[in-house]
Design a protein around this ligand. Structure first.
Ligand code: AHR
Length: 505
C-alpha cells in the first residue's frame, strides 16, 4: 500500500522561526554542573570552564536560543549570588532539586559567555515567586543597561563593560505551581506589575517579555492572562511533557514494549490539539497574532535511570524519543503562525537531553540527531502537506502512520521531514510538490534517516553509535514525483530541488 504526500508550496502559514528549535538548561541535577560547566581548572577540555565537546555539539545543530536558569529553580534564584569573584559567591540550597548545595559558580557572566560561544540568543527567566520587583529590575539593568547606570556600573566592575543582548525575559515560571501557587487572576496582576520594570535600554534590541503561561489543557490560565495583559506581553508560555504513564509512575525510558511505544507517540500527538486550543483562546484577545505562544518546556519525562537520584531527572534517550522529537517539531513547524519559540527540556543530562556526559565522555542522543536533521527548517517558509497515510492501530486505537512537515528555504529548495511511527512496517511514500503556477517537478533529492533495529535502541558510552543518521535513496517516478521507502520506526529528512524546465527549441 502506498502513502502519498503532496506539498503545496502556495499554502503557507508563514515563517518557521528559528527559535522554535530552542533549548532549556536549568540548575538541576547534572544539567549545568558536569553537563555544561566544568570550571576553569578542570582536566576536561573546556573554553573558560565551558565543556568543549558540548559547545561543539550544540554549535553543530545551530542552537538558536537558550533558556536559563529554570524552571522551578528560577523562582528561588537570586542573581546577585552568581556574580563577582567566584570564591566570594554565596552558596544556597537547591530546594527544588534534591537539596544539593549550589555554589553559584555558573552565573550571569558564565551564561552570557556560553551564549556568545554558541552564537545563540539568551532567554532569562526572572524570579517572581520569591524575588522582588526591584531585584528583577536590577537584573535586567545589570544585563542590558549602560555602564553609567547603577547596575551597568556593577557589571563593568565585574569585568564586562558592554551590555549583553537579551532577547527574551520570562516573568516567572509555572506561577500556578512551583513559581508561587498563584491563581490566574492574581498572577495576571503580578505580571502587569513586574513587566512594567523590564526597562528597555537598547532601542535596537528590545527585550521580548514572556508571561508565565499554562500547562496541558488549562485554558482558563491562558484566557485570564490574555484578557488581562495581552497588550503588555510578547509571548505567553505553555508547558507540555509527554509521559507514557502517570506522574507517579511515568514508565521506564528504556525498558518498554510496543504498547508503551504506541501510547507515548499518541501522547506526543496531543500537542497538536493543545496548540490549536490555546491558540483559539489567544485569537479571541489577539486576532492579529502579535503575541507568540512559547512552548518553553516540552519533551519526554520518564522514571529516572535506575541508580540515579530521583531529584536529578537523568534518563536515557532511545529511538522512541527521536520519534517524539520529530512529531513535536513537525507540530511546531505546522503552527508557525502562533508558535514563536519552543525549548526542549533539557539540553544535557536532564529529561529528554540532546547530550549525555560521564566524566570526560559525551554521547549524542537520538534526539540530538533529529535536531541536526530538522535544523534545515529554521527560518524557512512553511508549506502545507496533503497527506494520505495508512493508519497504525493498537488495541482499538489508531494514529496516522506518517507524520510530517515541509518548508521552502531562501534558495527555493523544499525540505520535507517525515516520521514513520509504525514499529514494524516500512512505508512506501510517493512525494510530489504542487503550486498554482503548475507543477514543481522534483529534480535532485537527497535524503537521510535515523532508525535502529530495536524500538528502545539508544546510544551509550560503550556503544555511542547505535542510532545515527544514514543516507537514504529515492526512486524517480513519472510526473516529477519521487518514491521513498521509509523504514519502520524512523525519522527522515529530505531536501529537494525543482527540476530545470526543458529548454525550448
Ligand atoms: O524541567 C523540569 C521542571 O519541569 C521545571 O523546573 C519546571 O518548570 C517543570 O515543572
Amino acid at each position: 500500500m502506498l502513502h502519498t504526500l503532496t506539498i503545496d508550496r502556495d499554502q503557507s502559514k508563514g515563517t518557521i522561526r528559528k527559535d522554535v528549535y530552542g533549548h532549556f538548561a536549568e540548575h538541576l541535577g547534572r544539567g549545568i554542573y558536569d553537563g555544561i560547566w566544568v570550571g576553569p581548572n578542570s582536566s576536561i577540555a573546556h573554553t573558560e570552564g565551558l565543556r568543549q565537546d558540548v559547545l561543539e555539539a550544540l554549535r553543530a545543530i545551530h542552537i538558536p536560543v537558550l533558556r536559563w536558569p529554570g524552571g522551578c529553580f528560577a523562582d528561588e534564584y537570586h542573581w546577585k549570588d552568581g556574580i563577582g569573584r567566584p570564591e566570594d559567591r554565596r552558596t544556597m540550597v537547591n530546594s527544588n532539586w534534591g537539596g544539593v548545595v549550589e555554589d553559584n559558580q555558573f552565573g550571569t557572566h558564565e551564561f552570557f559567555r556560553l551564549c556568545e560561544l554558541l552564537e545563540c540568543d539568551a532567554y532569562v527567566s526572572g524570579n517572581v515567586g520569591s524575588g522582588t520587583v526591584q531585584e528583577m529590575q536590577d537584573w535586567v539593568e545589570y544585563i542590558t543597561g549602560p555602564k553609567a547606570s547603577s547596575m551597568g556600573g556593577l557589571r563593568a566592575k565585574n569585568g564586562r563593560n558592554q551590555p549583553w543582548r537579551l532577547k527574551y525575559f520570562g516573568v516567572g515560571n509555572e506561577s500556578w505551581g512551583c513559581g508561587g501557587n498563584m491563581r490566574a487572576e492574581y498572577y495576571a496582576d503580578v505580571y502587569r506589575q513586574y513587566q512594567t520594570f523590564i526597562r528597555q535600554y537598547q532601542r535596537e534590541a528590545r527585550i521580548q517579555k514572556i508571561a508565565s503561561g499554562s500547562h496541558d489543557g488549562d485554558y482558563h490560565w491562558t484566557e485570564v492572562l490574555m484578557k488581562s495583559a495581552a497588550q503588555l506581553m510578547d509571548g505567553i508560555s505553555l508547558h507540555y511533557y509527554t509521559i507514557p504513564g502517570t506522574w507517579e509512575h511515568k514508565g521506564s525510558a528504556t525498558d518498554f514494549g510496543p504498547k508503551e511505544w504506541f501510547v507515548t507517540l499518541k501522547k506526543a500527538l496531543v500537542l497538536d490539539d493543545l496548540l490549536d486550543q490555546h491558540g483559539w483562546v489567544m485569537d479571541r484577545y489577539d486576532p492579529e497574532r502579535k503575541v507568540g505562544l512559547v512552548v518553553d518546556e516540552w519533551g519526554t519525562w520518564y522514571d529516572v535511570e535506575p541508580g540515579t537520584s530521583k531529584a536529578f531527572l537523568y534518563q536515557q534517550n532511545t529511538l522512541r524519543d527521536a520519534l517524539v522529537a520529530a512529531i513535536s517539531l513537525n507540530i511546531f513547524n505546522n503552527h508557525c503562525d502562533r508558535v514563536t519559540m519552543a525549548n526542549l527540556a533539557q539540553t544535557v543530562n536532564v529529561l529528554q537531553a540532546l547530550l549525555l556526559t560521564q566524566g570526560s565522555e559525551m554521547v549524542k542522543t537520538p534526539t540530538y540527531y533529529v535536531f541536526q536533521m530538522y535544523a534545515a527548517h529554521q527560518g524557512n517558509r512553511q508549506a502545507r502537506v496533503l497527506t494520505n497515510s495508512l493508519m497504525y492501530a493498537m488495541e482499538g486505537e489508531a494514529i496516522s502512520q506518517i507524520h510530517n512537515s515541509a518548508s521552502f528555504d531562501a534558495l527555493g529548495r523544499c525540505h520535507l521531514s517525515m516520521a514513520n511511527l509504525h514499529p514494524d512496517h516500512d512505508a512506501t511514500v510517493e512525494i510530489s510538490v504542487q503550486g498554482a503556477e503548475g507543477g514543481w517537478p522534483i529534480g535532485q533529492a537527497h535524503g537521510r534517516y535515523l532508525s535502529a533495529s530495536r524500538i528502545n535502541a539508544c546510544n551509550t558510552f560503550d556503544q555511542p553509535d547505535q542510532v545515527v543518521i544514514r543516507p537514504m535513496d529515492a526512486t524517480p517516478v513519472d510526473g516529477g514525483k519521487i518514491r521513498v521507502v521509509l523504514p519502520a520506526k524512523s525519522v527522515a529528512q529530505w531536501v529537494m530541488q525543482q527540476a530545470p524546465s526543458p529548454t525550448k527549441l
